[in-house]
Design a protein around this ligand. Sequence first.
Ligand code: C2E
Ligand code: MG
Ligand code: MG
Length: 594
Amino acid sequence: MMESFNILLVTGNSETVVLIERHLLGAINARYELAGAADIDAACDRLENSPCDVLLLDIEGDDNHGLKAVKRLNKAYPGLPVIVVTCLDDEAAAIEALKSGAQDYLIKGNIEPRGLARSIYHSLERNRLQLRLEAAEQRAHFLATCDVLTGLANRQAFNDRLDRAIKYSERYNLKLAVLLLDIDRFKSVNETLGHQAGDKLLKEIGTRLRASIRETDVVARVGGDEFLFMLLNIQEAHNAARVAEHILGALDKPLIVNGHEIFLTATVGIALYPDDGKNLWTLIRNADTAMHIGKRAGHQRYKFYAAEMNNRAMKRLEMEADLRHALKRNEFILHYQPQVNGQPDQIIATEALVRWQHPKQGMVPPNDFIPLTEETGMIISLGEWVLHEACRRNREWQDAGYPPIRIAVNVSPRQFEQPAFVETVKQVLRDTHLDPRWLELELTEGAVMQDAEKTIDALKELKQLGTRVSIDDFGTGYSSLSYLKRFPIDMLKVDKSFVDDVPGDPDDVAIVKAILAMAKSLSLEVIAEGIETAEQNAFMKGLGCDYMQGFLFYRPLPHEQIATILQGLSSVKGKRRIGRAADATPAPTDGKQK
Ligand code: C2E
Ligand code: MG
Ligand code: MG
């Protein structure tokens, strides 16, 4: 029961006022206030400014007029309980009043204090339950149809609406499009900034996405960072493409969360009704396939589903099966790309890059199969093989008497997060008798940022061991500067995508300059990847970039060719030592590692 409440008595009769006041005083224990209004108009005026919890309406004689008043109050104040007080002892009138919306019908001559109190309490209680029921219903409806975090439609609601839209489009011979949008690398944002910030981000993304489409179109959140769109009445495929551009454009501006500026990209897969599917399941599945193909293609922002994509999916399954045998069948080989200190003959390291010699397809480049090995976990055994083979080869070159250089090995995030990773590195170095200082591990930003505290421990162990660590593809992920400072790393590898357009593109020039300035202030070395032209080389050198890697100097080469190159260099050894690394750190004397 309410602790206190307000009663409004509507009557033009002073005797009624006295009667009600007296009864209330005798029977209501709670705190209440009684206000009065002479007629229904005055009551409505009053209610505009000071609402009440229960209204007592005196109906005198003219019942028709009184019933109108009940209806009027009900319409204007739907939740307000109205109790009719009247001298008209007429059952039919009472029923009419209740039908019109009154909660009770009290006859003045018969009212006694407790009866009045009971009627008021019941009205209040009924009203309170009604409000709770309505709120619960609203909440249930919201939960059944909406995504709680973003307030967008949920999968169920989306499916219902798509199903209806398909039927409508079928009847009127219209087209529609289903788009599936997935935020790129959202996992790493979540892991870097925490889940609460991730949730805030998703909310903001939801708002932007909703604002980017027409009122009649639908957007739903259907997974952590996945959104489905239904675009009605799409005439041509390119109309859907334009909307996809527009939607993606909504994410172009940085999002601000907890003071961080977050730049996000996303990939959209598009399936069209009726071309790519005639029911909702096929359309959604095909939009999903298209999205995944777009992701794998790299910088494809949106991708249409087309029938031939099914074949690709089949091929992917075959590839997965083939990959499972590839290691046993010795189908992987390593190529090596030298890293230089300004000149082709100043080699400081070679990067081991894996290739798959597929029995039918020939040489498959890593970008075509590494992601699959990461998804399936095969990267763990493949990565270990690469590490072992690369260290073994480097030791072989050293044993042949070539000037020692470092071997750089790519480590995928899944490898790095293995608790036994550092132990594996130690074991491989022991097995191959390579001095740790001739090994460099290339980690990605994503890998080191995943669990920064664990990273610091692992990196410290590697540092103690004496191996070097560089951050590969630097600039493409989300690095937190404060962590970068605490990580004991040696070098940043500026991603090829930034090097591609220098010195022409002012944006890339600015990024490259910023990376170099930051690296200097953190005392890190910098290597530029993908140097293809003398102009890029001169420009990067001019900025103080320490090392270069790219087709301008060497392509990735089979080990025999590297041996030939090293042999050529060792013949001039003595007159001129190669590379800065070799200068700075002389070859191990016994070459054996305990
Ligand atoms: P990455 O580690 O950034 O390696 C550099 C890639 O850029 C190599 O491609 C290399 O051939 C290419 N590249 C170097 N210089 C130039 C240039 O001047 N122009 C152009 N257009 N490309 C250049 P590749 O060998 O196809 O490897 C691609 C990616 O596959 C590597 O990128 C790395 O992320 C991954 N990868 C390769 N081997 C392994 C491995 O053993 N383990 C893991 N986890 N990933 C590997
Ligand atoms: Mg690399
Ligand atoms: Mg790279």
